[in-house]
Design a protein around this ligand. Sequence first.
Ligand SMILES: C[S@@+](CC[C@H](N)C(=O)[O-])C[C@H]1O[C@@H](n2cnc3c(N)ncnc32)[C@H](O)[C@@H]1O
Length: 311
Amino acid sequence: MLKEIAKDIKSLIDPVIWITEGRFTSNELRLFDDARQLYELQLAKLEFLRFGDDLKKFVRRTAYFEEILGKKSWHYFISEVKGKGQIGHTNQYMTHWFYPYKGKFHGQMIKALINFVEAKEGDLILDPYLGSGTTLIESSLLGIDGYGVEINPALAIVSQIKLDSLKINYEEISTEIDFSKVYKVFEYFSSLKIPKNSIKPTIEDCLTAKELLEILWERFFPSSFLHDLPFEWRNFLLLIYLHALSDYTYLSGTKKGKSLQQFFFDNFKEYMKTIEGCWNIMNRLGIELGDYEILIGSALDVKLRERALRE
Ligand SMILES: C[S@@+](CC[C@H](N)C(=O)[O-])C[C@H]1O[C@@H](n2cnc3c(N)ncnc32)[C@H](O)[C@@H]1O
């Protein structure tokens, strides 16, 4: 009996044997060329075990297979929407790359883990340490609802904006925001005088990231042409400005240093390219995003809202 269990476990945890046995090639599967780490092979194998009997689902959900029975997987197309600093099909695709944050997970790995736990539409995924939102971006792209908790308000709003940006209609925004508007946006943000320490949402407030963004616009960004734009667009432009500020402070004095304005314009172009890619691929594949909510507070002491956890 024990021997049987040990054999089962061995076959489950040894992706190298699985690869050398040629199990996956005999099923006309092709891994992404850059899936080489042992943990990636293991996750790929687990995906196969989950979805091998349902090829349609396999094509839609896999993170590590490029091709299944000669058909490109959805991850292949999704990871073609490339962002700054992207390594292969692993990270920084879609809106993952928006705003620099070093402490994040790889989207591809998170997707495979979501597959491993067999989460499906109608479930709710919780990330109590949300950081810059990788888990919720992946769950949303799989059509699964997600709930995040993050103690750092800045990261909570970055995550919210990265998620909301997946929904921006590229055709509309690219028609509306022309060069002169981009210039006005830069002028607006760069001339704002926000008193130091005036933005202090406390953990006790337990706001959602969306509520915090609404408060920021109401209290700290006085009325301007920006207020006529949809909420998601305003936040998208704000994130580009924050990213430019980060680049400017981080790179000033180095060979890559530029003016804040130049960083803003360059980043605007890159962000728009991503929005275009997201819009096109989501329409082409017919992706319906899962819902999400982000709570600002400590995961150790948070009053989760209704439906935040399954029993
Ligand atoms: C390693 S990062 C998470 C990475 C994230 N899941 C991602 O993929 O982008 C850990 C995050 O946990 C947050 N954090 C630390 N203590 C926390 C707490 N008690 N409650 C909620 N978030 C917390 C930190 O601010 C940090 O952003």
